[in-house]
Ligand binder design. Structure first.
Ligand SMILES: [Zn+2]
Length: 295
């Protein structure tokens, strides 16, 4: 297995469902295991540990779901040829070929990268970082890469500029459409003539197939971009800003979030640039941390 083949196996983990339904389970499990590897921890990880940590990662960075079923990625990652499981010989599988969570815990089942892959990765931290970047780029917008790295204990500077390099025209079109101001707070600080900390956000992430068009974008300051991509607020059908009931805080919360709750975004310069409802619906469904605050 050479470097390109290894990277390809991780790249192939990303399967977006129809309509862009997010499925970050396997990528987040891989990132967690890569984080442990970089911290020089042992190869096999108990399911109990994975369940605890992956559940937290999915709650933080996955779409809002009733239940996260960490046993699925833990078990199914074996089919991607980058994972093996030990201690599961006695376990019965259900019709779809998955084990019961309680069995995985009771039998102290563990999982990890197969030995030859683990050794290769351990000897080549550059390769690990390439894989990490690949997993981040294909599953999450760059505004939240750093948060994820921190959560899985990987200490590398985020390459947060990749999105900007990849979509230079999108950025320019969106900023122009919103007259170089944050659509939420109006932030428009410049250094000379160049706007600072003003970004073009995808409403439906490009990783989920969201297109680079005005009706799928918002000009947001760096702070509101991050809050939007983490799901701290979303938009209503009539373009009102709606804050999540899970968002809270003391300093900044009122000023930077609640003051805009229920207010309309600053409109783009043309009616035809208004966010398209189908992209906003995706954001509500896949990113927003459910339940609005009361208006
Ligand atoms: Zn702003």
């Amino acid at each position: 297995m050479n470097e390109e083949q290894i990277i390809k196996r991780f790249r192939n983990l990303t399967v977006w469902k129809r309509g862009g339904e997010r499925a970050p389970h396997k990528p987040l499990l891989s990132l967690y295991a890569l984080g442990r590897l970089l911290q020089s921890k042992g190869r096999m990880i108990s399911y109990e540990e994975i369940d605890r940590n992956l559940d937290m990662l999915l709650r933080e960075f996955g779409p809002v779901r009733m239940n996260y079923r960490t046993e699925y990625p833990f078990w199914r990652l074996q089919n991607d040829n980058i994972w093996e499981v030990s201690g599961a010989e006695e376990i019965e599988l259900n019709k779809s070929g998955d084990p019961k969570k309680s069995d995985l815990i009771n039998c102290r089942v563990a999982g990890g990268f197969p030995k030859n892959l683990f050794n290769k990765l351990q000897a080549d931290s550059k390769l690990v970082l390439k894989i990490v970047q690949e997993l981040l780029d294909s599953n999450f917008p760059s505004s939240i890469h750093e948060d994820i790295l921190q959560a899985v204990g990987i200490d590398i500077p985020s390459l947060g500029v990749t999105e900007r390099r990849r979509h230079p025209e999108f950025r320019e079109n969106i900023l122009r459409a919103y007259e170089y101001r944050c659509a939420v707070c109006g932030f428009d600080v410049r250094l000379g003539i160049f706007p600072i900390a003003l970004e073009a956000a995808h409403i439906k992430w490009y990783q989920a197939g969201g297109p680079d068009v005005e009706v799928n974008g918002l000009a947001l300051c760096a702070l509101h971009h991050k809050l939007f991509d983490r799901g701290a607020f979303t938009l209503s059908d009539n373009m009102k800003i709606l804050v999540s009931a899970h968002a809270n805080g003391t300093i900044g919360f009122q000023e930077w979030l609640m003051n805009f709750h229920g207010k309309k975004i600053a409109p783009p310069q043309r009616k035809s640039y208004y966010p398209d409802r189908k992209f906003v619906d995706w954001h509500v469904r896949e990113v927003f941390r459910g339940e609005y605050r009361e208006l």
